[in-house]
Write a protein that binds this ligand. Structure first.
Ligand SMILES: NC(=O)c1ccc[n+]([C@@H]2O[C@H](COP(=O)([O-])OP(=O)(O)OC[C@H]3O[C@@H](n4cnc5c(N)ncnc54)[C@H](O)[C@@H]3O)[C@@H](O)[C@H]2O)c1
Length: 359
């Protein structure tokens, strides 16, 4: 009889998965509301197919907490507020908790003043930038979220990993009350976490278009070789430029750690000292209420009207792949790699938290 291939994923529904993540963090002395903020952001990324920044990150956060690298009891505090500008000290709290507070301030200031720029230092990994950009867009603003990250990428024409994969998200509100266009990207060809996800799926190779280099600096499609190597800046020197722009707007402006002043290893027990920046712009300060949202619907329609190129049957806009995936995964559940699920379940056993059953 032919042997059945071993499953590489197990399907878990979003709600119990979020509950499990919340309980794991709470078992490590994270106040429950903070644990829920982190779990919501991670599971939402999975729901949208952004598995690089879903529950895969939780294993890293837990290692960080256990090694004393992050203080899960802290949410940070405002250090300075001056007109539309707000400076925030993350006090080495969980990145999502800091980002949640900062985006609340960003919304408050932009409602009152039309625009806001909130800059945080001494924070941690905030997950998918899209979660924060969309929070601002859902509140009616053009939302921009950025973060620096631990050094992992050589600058263009360089060999040494100096820059982070520094994410950038820009989300805009549409007439449907949520975001209508959402660009959410690493400034490397793909997020580093995509490689981790491929590893968790036991995929021996990765697409060449992901642009990974091996330890000697040569392009590779071998998953293990890429794990020993590094990602490349998106679009060559332009990606390095974008990563620098984010470094400037985040760490440069916050007074936080820049590039190699951040530790290389996220789980080594050293505080990461990550900086974020959130910008909210109120379109109603420029156009009559509702006009910008209508224009965004029209803009998306204009772009999607392009004739599809050979091999494609439609043009997509940023955000669409994720929103479409969300419809499927909200209905069918999230395919979590078995390898990752074993790791999280083992952590559950250690912390006396029972993992949910497969859907
Ligand atoms: N916190 C951190 O330190 C950090 C660092 C890097 C990346 N990230 C996160 O990693 C996640 C993944 O980043 P990525 O760069 O691998 O994303 P990606 O390459 O999968 O997608 C990038 C963008 O392209 C859009 N897109 C995808 N296919 C498209 C198509 N066919 N047509 C039009 N648009 C399309 C997506 O909607 C998305 O907005 C993001 O959520 C990002 O915020 C976080």
């Amino acid at each position: 009889m032919p042997s059945t291939p071993e499953a590489v994923t197990t399907t878990i529904r979003a709600q119990p998965l979020g509950e499990f993540c919340t309980q794991l963090l709470a078992a490590l002395k994270t106040p429950e509301p903070y644990a829920r903020i982190v779990a919501d952001s991670l599971v939402a990324a999975n729901v949208r197919g952004v598995d690089s920044h879903g529950v895969q990150m939780l294993a890293t956060y837990i290692l960080q907490i256990r090694n004393g690298g992050v203080d899960p009891t802290k949410a940070g505090h405002v250090t300075k507020e001056d007109g539309v500008c707000l400076h925030y000290d993350g006090e080495n709290g969980l990145g999502q908790v800091v980002a949640d507070r900062c985006t609340d301030h960003s919304i408050r200031l932009a409602r009152a003043l039309g625009v806001s720029i909130v800059v945080a230092r001494d924070s941690n990994h905030f997950g998918a930038g899209g979660w924060w950009g969309e929070k601002l867009a859902r509140a009616g603003f053009i939302g921009i979220a950025m973060s620096n990250a631990c050094p992992a990428v050589a600058p263009w024409q360089g060999r040494t990993a100096i820059l982070g994969t520094n994410p950038l998200c820009v989300a805009v509100p549409g007439t449907n009350g949520t975001s209508r266009w959402m660009l959410d990207m690493a400034t490397t060809t793909v997020a580093l976490g995509k490689l981790g996800h491929a590893g968790n799926l036991n995929q021996p190779t990765i697409p060449r278009e992901w642009g990974f280099l091996d330890a000697t600096g040569r392009p590779t499609t071998d998953t293990t070789a890429a794990q020993a190597g590094s990602p490349t800046p998106i679009g060559g020197y332009k990606g390095t430029g974008l990563a620098m722009m984010i470094e400037i707007l985040c760490a440069g402006l916050s007074g936080g750690a820049m590039t190699t002043e951040l530790p290389v290893f996220r789980t080594g027990g050293d505080p990461l000292g990550i900086s974020h920046t959130f910008i909210a712009i109120d379109p109603k300060r420029f156009l009559p209420p509702g006009e910008f949202e209508g224009r965004m619907d029209r803009l998306v329609g204009l772009v999607k009207a392009a004739e599809p190129a050979a091999g494609f049957n439609e043009v997509l806009v940023s955000g669409e792949p994720e929103w479409r995936c969300a419809k499927v995964r909200e209905r069918d559940g999230i395919p979590v790699p078995v390898k990752l699920w074993k790791t999280l379940s083992q952590i559950g056993t250690e912390l006396h938290v029972v993992p949910p059953s497969a859907a």
